[in-house]
Design a protein around this ligand. Structure first.
Ligand code: BGC
Length: 412
């Protein structure tokens, strides 16, 4: 069994789940098909037609089509990775996960990731905006007043979320065109590696940063491995900003989803959503998701943290360390279950509070407040300004490394 999945199996298998089921998932071997280039029309929308079930003989494969062309002539490719359990589409623009199609308890495939149909939509509306599916860098979430000091030097970042800097600034990683390398891992699972070099001083951050994100579709999971190196001391905090609606993208709000977060503590924020620096227990508050609770049950409680966030928009301090379960979300109607695993110290649960009905998604439906949730595995927001938070400093000679796994299952 691959090491990573072994870790999942040993740490997180509830006693009621027969180990053979887990072994079965982890042990499946897929032969990646040839990487083919199939050109399509510029600005193609995601196919909305769900398959019923994938044939048992289906081979995992990765293909690409031309998603669009930027004003400067740069081509944006869309890679589609398919195996028997998942079909996902990833763009070279911002490393965006455009769609994720997974089955419900009856085997019906539906896209559960929020996104846009065209490149023009992403360019115009994703940043500033919701950052649907995007790779976030150099620093996920906020840095207070866009300022931090490292080794005695104070750096200034763009203020793009007044009065703070959000998700790496204005021309951040979610807007860059990454260099793709499709391939397969040692188990034959299809992979897509994206590479980006961010020059010294990019968006105010020090050091030339080489970043990679490798997406692997393995069994019923999507795994993202991040790496970064620098030639000068800097800070880094990379994540992915996918939003989910496990009943199907564009089908309404996610308030009936049952959320469980493996965290006893959170980092409360001020009214500008910057952590105060405290680390407090969630017990007895609407932020307690140690047991599964419907997202909508307490979201409108008169609780200061929810008032500041207009709902959930907080960092939870994950229990334990090493690669472990971070969150599990169940959608009772479809039976779909998303389990997320990470080695990061925190996770941001954002309940789509700022979606306001002005955007229309991949299938043409309007997105309103609460129509998707994001779970962003990360270091805590504003860590460079809080010495008591785990460090996000990266120095030359060291490698930033983190992995997140999204596993899609169903309940009966
Ligand atoms: C932040 C939210 C923000 C959203 C979209 C989340 O990570 O915490 O405050 O609105 O991203 O940018």
């Amino acid at each position: 069994m691959p090491k990573l999945l072994m870790a999942i199996a040993s740490l997180n298998v509830p006693p009621s789940v027969p180990r053979s089921r887990i072994t079965g998932v982890a042990g499946r071997i897929f032969v990646a098909g040839a990487v083919t280039a199939t050109m399509a029309v510029v600005g193609t929308a995601a196919s909305a037609a769900p398959a019923r079930t994938m044939p048992a003989t289906m081979k995992a494969n990765i293909t690409r089509d031309l998603f669009g062309t930027l004003d400067d002539g740069t081509k944006v490719w869309r890679y589609t990775i398919t195996n028997r359990h998942i079909r996902t589409r990833i763009l070279t623009y911002g490393g965006i996960v455009q769609t994720i199609e997974v089955p419900d308890r009856r085997g019906h495939f539906t896209n559960v990731a929020l996104g846009f149909a065209t490149l023009a939509d992403y360019v115009a509306n994703n940043n500033p905006g919701p950052y649907f599916g995007a790779l976030i860098g150099r620093y996920a979430n906020r840095i207070a007043k866009g300022t931090f000091t490292l080794d005695g030097v104070t750096y200034h970042l763009p203020i793009n979320n007044d009065p703070n800097s959000l998700h790496g600034g204005i021309d951040s990683f979610d807007k860059k065109v990454w260099t793709p390398t499709p391939g397969k891992n040692h188990d034959g699972d299809p992979t897509l590696r994206l590479d980006l070099t961010s020059p010294d001083g990019d968006q105010g951050y020090p050091g030339t940063l080489h970043a990679t994100a490798t997406y692997t579709v393995t069994g019923d999971s999507i795994r993202i491995d991040y790496r970064a190196t620098t030639d000068k001391a800097t800070i880094v905090n990379l994540t992915n900003h996918s939003y989910f609606n496990l009943a199907g993208e564009g089908t309404g709000d996610i308030y009936g989803h049952l959320m469980q977060i493996n965290a006893n503590r959170t980092t409360p924020v001020d009214s500008t959503l910057i952590p105060t620096g405290q680390i407090v227990p969630v017990a007895g508050t609407p932020l307690d998701f140690t047991k599964p609770v419907a997202i909508g049950d307490r979201i409108r409680d008169n609780f200061e943290q929810l008032v500041f966030g207009r709902g959930y928009d907080h960092n939870w301090v994950l229990n334990g360390s090493g690669f472990r379960l971070a969150a599990r979300v169940t959608e009772p109607t479809s039976g779909r279950v998303l389990s997320m695993f990470t080695d990061q110290p925190g996770i941001q649960f954002y309940s789509g509070n700022f979606l306001d009905g002005t955007l229309y998604g991949t299938s043409g439906h309007q997105y309103r407040q609460g129509d998707g949730f994001a779970l962003e595995t990360q270091h805590f927001p504003d860590s460079p300004n809080h010495p008591n938070f785990p460090s996000t400093v990266l120095r030359p000679g060291n490698t930033f490394q983190t992995s997140t796994v999204y596993t899609f299952g169903t309940t009966h």
